[in-house]
Structures are given as C-alpha cells and as structure tokens.
Design a protein around this ligand. Structure first.
Ligand code: MG
Length: 404
C-alpha cells in the first residue's frame, strides 16, 4: 500500500493566506491536496502541518480514519482552531488520494451522489436599501433561488457615524461605532423594503456576524419573523449558544450557526436538541471531510441541515471539499457560494463550476482539483505576504470591542 512520503505546504493568493497541503506518497505521481487556509494565522498553521507530518511520514495513506484519530489525539489538547485546520488540510488530501486510487470522485466514496448539483446562495450587498435591492435582483436574474442580504460594510446597519453619537474621549472615536439598537432598527426595515418590492418568491438570508448582545439577538429574530427568511446566520457568538433556546421558544425564524465552531461540544447540543436549523462549520476548521461527514450524518437523524461555510477568504480546494460532502449527503441544505478571480481559478484546474445558482463538481477521481504550483506562486505579492495581518475590530460607542 502507498505510504506518506512527504507533506508540504503551498501558499497562494496575494497575501499568501491560501494554504494548500500536498500529501505526497511513495508511489510515483500519487499525491493529494487539501485546504488549510487561515486568513489570520497562516504561518502558525504551516508550522502545525510541519509538526504533524513527523507522526504521519511512513504511514499507510489508505487508513484515513486511523490517521485522523492519531493526529487528533496526538495533540493531547485537541479541538483547537490551528490544529483542526492543519488536520483538515491533511485529511482532505488523504481523501483525494483514496479517490485517485479507487478511480472515483470523493462523493462516490461517501456513498454516491444523491443530487445532480449543489444549490448555492449568493452574497448581495449595497451601500443602501436601493443598491442592495438591485444587487438581489441581479442574483435572481442569474438563477439564484437563495440570496444573502447585507447593507453597508461588515456588520452594516448598526453603525453610527462620528458626530452622530455621544462618544467618550477615546482613540477610536474617528470611526463609526456599532450600536445594537441601530441594528435592530435598520435590519427589519431592510427586509421590509426588499419584501415589499421583490416579494416572497426569492429566499432571503442575513448574516449578523455575531455582533449583537444575546438579548438583542432574540429581539431581532422575533422582529424578522414576518419576512419569512430562509435563515439568519450567526445571530449569536459561539460563547452564547445557550441563548438559541430562548430564540427557539419565541419565534420560528430559522437559525444557521457554526462558522466559528471547532469543537463537537459546540455543535452537538444545538443539533441534538434541535435548537438550530443549519450547521455552518467550515470544512477545514471542522478538521476535514472525515469529521464533517460525521456532522452531516448526525444532522440527518435530527432533521438539521448543513450549509458549510465558505466566505471570501476561503480557497477553491475547501470549496470543492464542501461540494463533495453536499453531493453525497441527505442532510444537505444549501451551500454558500464563493467567488474567485480568473487568475486564481487558473491556478486550480478542476475547480468547482457555479452556473445559474448551482455548483457542479467534475467527475475526476479524488477531489478532482489540482494545484498549478507555478501559477499559485505567481499570485503571491511578496511585499503583502511579509506584512503581518493587523486585526481592526468594530467597537461600541464606549470603545469596547464587538465580537465578530
Ligand atoms: Mg457568517
């Protein structure tokens, strides 16, 4: 049986935030790739992959479950973001190799396709309600049946411009600040605008980005009920997931949660107590296909659906890994879209195709995607790569940080 000979990391995109793990076997030409991208801690994940590879060199590539358990338990302190991401990249690469050996796409190994394509939702946005409405209409014209609606910047709808709020003296008072009550006022008006002009034929979602205090999250979920959303996403931060029970007791607005989840103890109670409707773990952050497949199976038994997270910072390999899970899962609900430049896609031959609101994998063995290392390297801006990423949080009027 082929064994793992080398595990290497390849960085791409202009800031080097895409991290592709390549697991190379001792069989000539047999390798697999996986996604271990982390927009904020790329170098830390690289170091983790390097450290984990010491335990994996020489091991049988076909024993995916055993290799996963070895790495997961080998860490002793487990279920952390960095180690999950490193393990997730390695795990995807092992599934890629298994598919290549079997001559089958990964979704066939997972039980075979139970749908012919994967419905995706688009990201509509605008600086005000009118431009957002135009953006939603463009997605409808392109065939999308589900559209996420955001106004203004990240957390938009809740910002008060400097001069409009009574602020204490602090170094951040030049910037707009986030205010829960402003958000609670704006977002229902936004959906009233969209529903009154576009109607109820299109399915709409909204992402709160975990900005609200928990009691205000309950208020928002109730106030959005008349607009019959497909779901509201990240209405609470992971630290306050017990509040989903309060939301459930008071309204029927469907809840999607989980893009920051890394630990089974976060998603397990929400699924088994049916407190949310869609699980949104990122496949790489959920430690790969092996664990996310188990989440999908768990969801099936409790009537919960999956909506694996994508998001602008993610890469085409993670997107396709999610797509394989979607193709083979009965608990699939919807897939978040992602958008890449032509140059970015050229570096990943075999990438997923999105047409008319649906995503399509190819039928190649494995994940069906490869990396052109020369083109991937050409995307790097060495100056930007050398700059450390600085986190600029949103703040409340008193200067305290808003959780993303
Ligand atoms: Mg989100």
């Amino acid at each position: 049986m082929p064994v793992i000979k080398e595990i290497k990391c390849i960085r791409s995109r202009h800031r080097g935030t895409w991290l592709i793990v390549k697991v190379i076997t001792d069989q000539p030409g047999l390798y697999g790739i996986g996604s271990a991208s982390d927009n904020w801690h790329t170098e830390t994940v690289m170091k983790a992959v390097e450290r984990l590879s010491i335990s994996l060199i020489g091991r049988d590539v076909s024993n995916i479950e055993d290799n996963w358990q070895l790495v997961h338990n080998n860490c002793y302190w487990r279920n952390g973001s960095i180690l999950n991401t490193a393990l997730g990249g390695i795990d995807m690469a092992l599934w890629d190799i298994k598919g290549k050996e079997a001559g089958m796409p990964v979704y066939s190994l997972l039980g075979g396709p139970c749908r012919s394509a994967v419905p995706v939702y688009g990201h509509a946005g605008g600086k005000d309600f009118e431009t957002l409405e135009e953006s939603v209409r463009q997605f409808i014209d392109r065939g999308y049946q589900v559209v996420r609606c955001q106004v203004g910047p990240y957390g938009g709808g809740g910002f008060i411009e400097p001069g409009q709020a009574r602020l204490p003296d602090n170094p951040w008072s030049e910037k707009a600040v986030f205010d829960d009550e402003a958000y609670l006022d704006t977002i229902p008006r936004m959906f009233d605008h969209l529903r009154s002009r576009i109607g109820f034929d299109v399915k709409l979602t909204h992402d709160v980005h975990e900005h609200l205090k928990p009691q205000n999250a309950v208020t928002l979920a109730k106030s959005l009920e008349p607009f019959r959303l497909f779901f509201v996403e990240d209405i609470l931060p992971p630290e306050h997931i017990q509040w989903f029970r309060k939301i459930r007791e008071q309204c029927t607005t469907p809840q999607a949660m989980g893009e920051l989840f890394i630990n089974p103890n976060e998603w397990m109670p929400l699924v088994t107590e049916r407190l949310i409707d869609y699980v949104r773990v990122r496949v790489s952050k959920g430690a790969g296909i092996t664990q996310c497949r188990k989440i999908a199976v768990l969801c099936e038994w409790f009537g919960i659906q999956t909506a694996w997270q994508e998001g602008a910072d993610n890469d085409p390999v993670n997107q396709l890994a999610a797509c394989h899970l979607d193709m083979a899962s009965t608990s699939f609900g919807i897939q978040e879209e992602n958008h890449f430049t032509d140059a970015e896609l050229e570096a990943f031959p075999g990438h997923a195709e999105i047409r008319g609101g649906y995503m399509y994998p190819n039928e190649n063995p494995g994940l069906g995607i490869d990396i052109n290392e020369e083109k991937a390297a050409a995307l790097l801006d060495t100056e930007a790569v050398s700059q450390p990423h600085r986190y600029e949080p949103d703040r409340r009027p008193d200067g305290s940080i808003v959780r993303p």
